[in-house]
Design a protein around this ligand. Structure first.
Ligand SMILES: [Zn+2]
Length: 169
């Protein structure tokens, strides 16, 4: 896969229907995960949370990530397949650890980027993410560490990024 093509795909204006900022008032706290919406951004910040949790001006509403999880609405899906993970439990565990680590790193810079679920199905593993950016990072990290084949596809309405990674040997 050419790098240029992939970057162009990811540059296309990605429409996240949960990121409409007009629906959140400043400050808002997510009652599920305790993120704080302030200055047009969501923060994972214990000091801000403490400051606003009992503040009379604070609004309470679920953040975009928690709403996507509740609605089962992923923006990215990564599918891992092939004999390399099917026949090798150690490799599979290593890859799953790498993916969790990648998600932890991403969450530091974007607290709305989360893994929604990791499901092992017959012959493949499916990972759902709340952002297309996290799915992309996971796909690239697996490819960088384990090679194989990597393919990106967008749904026609540009609302879902699907990434397929495959390695046979
Ligand atoms: Zn939340």
């Amino acid at each position: 896969m050419g790098k240029g093509r992939m970057d162009k795909l990811l540059d296309t204006k990605f429409h996240d229907p949960y990121m409409d900022k007009t629906i959140y008032k400043d400050p808002t706290i997510c009652p599920v995960c305790k993120l704080v919406y302030h200055d047009k951004t969501w923060h994972r910040d214990a000091v801000l949370y403490k400051k606003y949790k009992d503040h009379p001006a604070t609004h309470f509403k679920e953040c975009p990530a928690c709403r996507k999880i509740k609605d089962n609405f992923p923006l990215g899906i990564v599918i891992l397949e092939g004999n390399f993970i099917k026949n090798n439990q150690n490799a599979k565990q290593e890859i799953l650890n790498l993916i969790r680590h990648e998600a932890e790193k991403e969450e530091l810079s974007n607290p709305l980027a989360r893994i929604m679920k990791i499901e092992e199905k017959e012959g493949f593993i499916e990972i759902w993410t709340t952002t297309e950016g996290l799915a992309s990072k996971i796909g690239k990290a697996v490819y960088k560490a384990y090679h194989g084949e990597l393919n990106f596809t967008f749904s026609d309405d540009q609302k879902l990024l699907r990434i397929y990674w495959r390695r046979e040997l």
